[in-house]
Write a protein that binds this ligand. Structure first.
Ligand SMILES: [Zn+2]
Length: 337
């Protein structure tokens, strides 16, 4: 098993930081979170830096204007943790990460997701001294966000089928030949989430820990596989990209990916009923109307999917295997209604 980030579980972890983090320390967080955590820090705080942009040009300007600091504390969801990485990388300072929800794997991934003219780019590099998962902090986040973190784990179900189909049809990319070892590692992370579905639904300690351990594996997996995404992502993400491209709407990542997992596993004839039961037990909404879009928008995204995959230069999956027919769209809609 390749290296994963040092991760610590417990309670009361935030007020403890001031006693050992290098001083002065920059806290990178969000405006809505800072009032809640301000009293957990002493007067050695530089900043705080309240994140309101992910555009790389803006971040470069912000990074140049920061006050003096010797360490960075990232405190929040994906955006705060990604900006904390970017700042720590730009100034070469030690980084301590505190995710406040279990919605994404940003705390455990090497690169920061920034935007360049609105398009996501994964840049920079930071390995934190430690990631602190405080059960009480996580539990205080909205329950829908904490459950939605499973989206980026259950997508291995469709991703693996895509990779195996590409192998069987001689359509794998030369740099990413099928690798059962990588698939087995990802399967272990997926199985952990399946085994703890009820705990993740309840957001209890065992559920937080199980989901965090799988996000910890998944966050580092892209780098640890030589920047190979084949075992961690497939057509379910491509459908999300097509929907985002068409609607311009923001989504809760795990929810829209969950819908993608259901539709693509149905097309793959890949235990679709089973993965639906897992998603329902965990309690991640997957119906279009629950995320502010219509079935017609989903149908449109399915129709343009092969073309969108080609335009975006993405890899060979069920999305490229055959054009999705109107009959298939109607049957998927009936299945999920
Ligand atoms: Zn994802």
């Amino acid at each position: 098993m390749a290296d994963l980030f040092n991760t610590v579980y417990g309670r009361g972890l935030v007020p403890e930081l001031q006693s050992y983090v290098h001083r002065p320390y920059l806290v990178v967080t969000m405006a809505d979170l800072w009032p809640r955590f301000r009293d957990s820090f002493d007067d050695n705080v530089a900043g705080p830096l309240l994140v309101d942009t992910l555009e790389r040009d803006d971040l470069d300007r912000i990074v140049r204007a920061l006050p003096h600091f010797e360490a960075v504390i990232g405190l929040g969801g994906g955006q705060a943790l990604d900006v904390a990485k970017y700042v720590a990388w730009a100034h070469r300072k030690p980084l301590f990460q505190v995710p406040t929800m279990m919605s994404v794997n940003a705390a455990w991934a090497h690169r920061a997701a920034v935007r360049v003219n609105g398009v996501v780019k994964y840049v920079a590099w930071a390995i934190p001294e430690a990631v602190y998962v405080d059960y009480d902090v996580i539990r205080s986040a909205p329950i829908a966000l904490n459950r939605s973190g499973v989206g980026d784990i259950i997508c291995y179900h469709t991703g693996h089928h895509d990779w195996q189909m590409a192998r069987d049809k001689g359509r794998t990319e030369p740099q990413w030949p099928y690798d059962q070892r990588l698939v087995d590692e990802a399967q272990a992370a997926l199985q952990r989430v399946v085994d703890h579905a009820d705990d993740i639904h309840a957001v209890n300690d065992a559920g937080i820990r199980a989901l965090a351990e799988s996000l910890r594996w998944g966050g580092a997996a892209f780098h640890n596989a030589g920047w190979n995404p084949r075992h961690i992502e497939g057509a379910e993400h491509f459908l999300f990209y097509a929907l985002e491209y068409q609607t311009g709407k923001p989504f809760i990542h795990g929810q829209i990916v969950g819908l993608g997992v259901l539709l693509m596993s149905w097309l793959q004839d890949n235990r679709a009923a089973w993965i639906r039961e897992v998603i329902e037990r965990i309690g991640v909404p997957y119906r279009p109307e629950e995320m502010g879009i219509t079935w017609d928008q989903v149908a449109d995204a399915l129709r343009i999917l092969p073309e969108h995959v080609k335009r975006a230069g993405l890899w060979y999956t069920v999305a490229s295997d055959h054009p999705i027919t109107e009959d298939e769209i109607a049957r998927m809609r009936a299945w999920l209604s």
